[in-house]
Design a protein around this ligand. Structure first.
Ligand SMILES: *[C@@H]1O[C@H](CO)[C@@H](O)[C@H](O)[C@H]1NC(C)=O
Ligand SMILES: *[C@@H]1O[C@H](CO)[C@@H](O)[C@H](O)[C@H]1NC(C)=O
Ligand SMILES: *[C@@H]1O[C@H](CO)[C@@H](O)[C@H](O)[C@H]1NC(C)=O
Ligand SMILES: *[C@@H]1O[C@H](CO)[C@@H](O)[C@H](O)[C@H]1NC(C)=O
Ligand SMILES: *[C@@H]1O[C@H](CO)[C@@H](O)[C@H](O)[C@H]1NC(C)=O
Length: 210
């Protein structure tokens, strides 16, 4: 987590002083817009909305089939963080997994289901905004570690052998928590006790917080 927070100062050190004027423009055109969209997503994914639209609107214990790689939890991050030096690798994966989750749930919903037209359609368009404001990377320079590369590939695959049953809500519970962990520059912590990347933090709320 330190990685993402520390890249800016390092970058500043090597940045020619004469070009510093460009900084505020760069910062304004990317980060705040992106964080604003994430804030909106956070509000849309609050616990009561998740419960209403992803649990109560479905039959009891309803599950859908997803690829193993579509289950992306804090545990995955702590494992994969080890293998990458750039948190953006994991952010890329989070984006892909979230897009898939929305798709998966939309696929099983009838046209007129309230979760579709009152909730997921909004999430879907909000997520398009997020992707547009997501700081772009030069794809030639991105060299994912093997585990992330593999996960990204599996997300594209249509191999139905390795599927897993999950509740629609659990997909977005995970999305919500991992978002806080991976985008800490948008969700600053104000004490060392609020470590969004630790399962402990989320357990404290006994499921009502997140
Ligand atoms: C979640 O958002 C809805 C709509 O904005 C709001 O009515 C509700 O109070 C929020 N719930 C929580 C737990 O923040
Ligand atoms: C739903 O799942 C819970 C926990 O697995 C189980 O205790 C409960 O009986 C299930 N309810 C129905 C209606 O299947
Ligand atoms: C997360 O971990 C689980 C099991 O440990 C694995 O099946 C899944 O593919 C991982 N998810 C991603 C996105 O790598
Ligand atoms: C992270 O890497 C270190 C050293 O390579 C290893 O000892 C540790 O078990 C790894 N942690 C996880 C969670 O994989
Ligand atoms: C820390 O954050 C919590 C919740 O976001 C807030 O209630 C509290 O006032 C904050 N504390 C400080 C010292 O900013």
């Amino acid at each position: 987590m330190i990685l993402f927070e520390s890249w800016l100062p390092k970058w500043l050190l090597v940045f020619p002083i004469g070009l510093l004027w460009a900084l505020p423009i760069w910062v304004n055109s990317h980060t705040p817009e992106f964080c604003t969209s994430l804030e909106t997503l956070k509000d849309q994914l609050n616990s009561s909305l998740r419960r209403r639209y992803l649990k109560h609107n479905f039959p009891i214990n309803y599950t859908i089939q997803v690829h193993y790689e579509e289950v992306f939890r804090l545990k995955n991050i702590s494992r994969m963080m080890n293998e990458t030096e750039d948190v953006r690798d994991l952010q890329d994966l989070w984006v892909k997994v979230t897009v898939n989750s929305i798709e998966r749930i939309l696929t099983v919903l009838p046209e007129r289901h309230p979760t579709r037209y009152k909730y997921l359609n909004n999430l879907d368009s909000l997520f398009k905004t997020i992707q547009e404001s997501y700081p772009k990377r030069n794809s030639d320079e991105v060299d994912y570690p093997e585990s992330i590369e593999k996960a990204l590939e599996s997300l594209q695959s249509t191999d139905l052998q390795r599927m897993k049953s999950v509740t629609p809500k659990s997909l977005f519970d995970n999305c919500y928590r991992t978002m806080h962990c991976l985008f800490q520059d948008c969700f600053p912590r104000n004490s060392s006790q609020n470590d969004y990347c630790s399962a402990q933090h989320w357990r404290k709320g006994k499921g009502t917080q997140g």
